[in-house]
Every structure is written in structure tokens, then in C-alpha cells.
Design a protein around this ligand. Structure first.
Ligand SMILES: Cc1cc2nc3c(=O)[nH]c(=O)nc-3n(C[C@H](O)[C@H](O)[C@H](O)COP(=O)(O)O)c2cc1C
Length: 214
């Protein structure tokens, strides 16, 4: 029994040493540190970037389903799930949004963008419940989960606020009718999804904006 204990202790010590050695190894990727090194979730968070150039390749149905599932399992106030999402992959509808958005931008800004959602093959339109004061938080958390789930599968994404200004304007009414949100819901933002065709660097953050009070 004593021999078993010695053997188990040696194994545990070897394991600890191996663990220490791993922790001391420099991070393999640019945005991870020693804490995140073996943590896939932290690594996914730190490596996600907004993608503004996509391959035309469609996202597989099962991956889209998984992204949606991760979205709706986000925390949500009072369990109300106060979001409505329309996940558009229909090329004809995305092309029509591009054209109407370009018309709108030309009229209001004097320039015509090539695409409303950077040519992404899938766009999620996320609307919040105007009758619930914390609904925008729910929608943000849902989207955050979707971005990270997508990233973990090699799929890029970009939140889009600008496109919603157009869709909420009279010029967007035709598309909004098709998205068919309930009457009390208002479009908050969209998220473009697709396989990335670029690898942008992380933008600097401002850690001083968060104070640790201890
Ligand atoms: C609410 C919101 C709206 C955004 N709207 C746009 C947009 O209209 N167009 C765009 O290219 N990026 C948009 N972004 C992406 C931000 O520009 C991007 O997240 C930020 O610059 C940080 O870069 P990162 O996502 O690569 O870390 C938006 C992000 C958020 C959260």
C-alpha cells in the first residue's frame, strides 16, 4: 500500500512538473497569454476579429444550426429570450439588400458601397423587444455567443450597425417586411458570417477603462 502511495505521488509530481513546463512555454498565438494557453474558449475570444472579406463558399447547414443554438443559449433577462433573429442565406435576398443599401448610401452619403455585408454568404438580423428595457442586453449576448461559436468552427463574422440604419429607414421597408419581425420588435444590429478571406490584426484595447476595485 505504501509502495502504491509512493508511486501515485511520483505520478502526481511528474504531472505537476509537466504542467509547470507547459505554463512556462511562450504563447503560441499573438493574442493569448500563459493563462489562456490551454483554454480553448479564451483562445477563441482572443483570436476573433471582425472579418470584412469573405470567401463565396456557403456555410454548412449543421454549422449554421450550431451557431444559432449557441446564440439562443446565451443568458437572457428573466428567461424572456427577448430577441428575434432572421438568419438570411438566400442569395437573391442578400443581393437585393446590397442593391437597396447601395441606393440608400448613394442618396444619403454620396458613395455607393459594393456590398451591405461585405459579401458574406449568411447574415443574421437581430431585433430587440421594445417593451423590455433590457432586451438590447439579451440581443448583445446572443450575438456574442454566435460570433465565438462561429470562430471556433473557423467561420468569420462582423457585427453591422450601419446596415440597420438603412433597414430602419423608409428605404428599408420592403426588406423589413420580408424579415417579418413582430410589431413590438425593432432591428438592432446584424452579423455577417462566412469563411474569412483575410486575417486582420487585433485592434489595441484600453485596459484602463476597467478598474479592479479590491
Ligand atoms: C454594435 C456594433 C456595430 C458595428 N457596426 C459595424 C459596421 O457597421 N461596419 C463594420 O465594418 N464593422 C462594424 N462593427 C465592428 C467593429 O468595428 C469592431 O468590432 C471593432 O472595430 C473591434 O474590432 P474587432 O471586432 O476585430 O475586435 C460593429 C461592432 C459592433 C459591436
Amino acid at each position: 500500500m505504501y509502495r502504491n502511495f509512493i508511486f501515485a505521488s511520483c505520478l502526481a509530481l511528474a504531472g505537476m512538473l509537466a504542467g509547470c513546463q507547459k505554463a512556462a512555454t511562450p504563447a503560441e498565438t499573438s493574442n493569448t497569454d500563459s493563462v489562456s494557453q490551454k483554454n480553448a474558449v479564451v483562445e477563441t475570444i482572443m483570436e476573433r476579429r471582425s472579418i470584412r472579406k469573405y470567401k463565396p463558399q456557403a456555410i454548412e447547414k449543421e454549422k449554421l444550426d450550431e451557431i444559432i443554438r449557441c446564440g439562443i443559449y446565451a443568458p437572457n433577462g428573466m428567461g424572456r429570450e427577448s430577441w428575434e433573429v432572421r438568419f438570411v442565406t438566400r442569395p437573391e435576398l442578400l443581393a437585393r439588400i446590397d442593391t437597396l443599401y447601395a441606393d440608400y448610401m448613394e442618396k444619403t452619403q454620396g458613395k455607393r458601397p459594393a456590398a451591405a455585408a461585405y459579401g458574406a454568404p449568411a447574415v443574421a438580423f437581430i431585433a430587440y423587444d421594445t417593451t423590455y428595457d433590457l432586451s438590447q442586453v439579451d440581443c448583445g449576448l446572443l450575438g456574442g455567443n454566435m460570433l465565438l461559436a462561429a470562430k471556433s468552427m473557423g467561420i468569420g463574422s462582423c457585427c453591422l450597425g450601419g446596415i440597420c440604419r438603412f433597414l430602419n429607414a423608409p428605404e428599408g421597408a420592403e426588406i423589413m417586411k420580408e424579415l417579418d419581425f413582430p410589431e413590438t420588435y425593432k432591428l438592432l444590429y446584424a452579423i455577417a458570417f462566412g469563411y474569412p478571406d483575410e486575417s486582420p490584426k487585433a485592434k489595441e484595447r484600453t485596459p484602463e477603462k476597467v478598474r479592479l476595485i479590491q
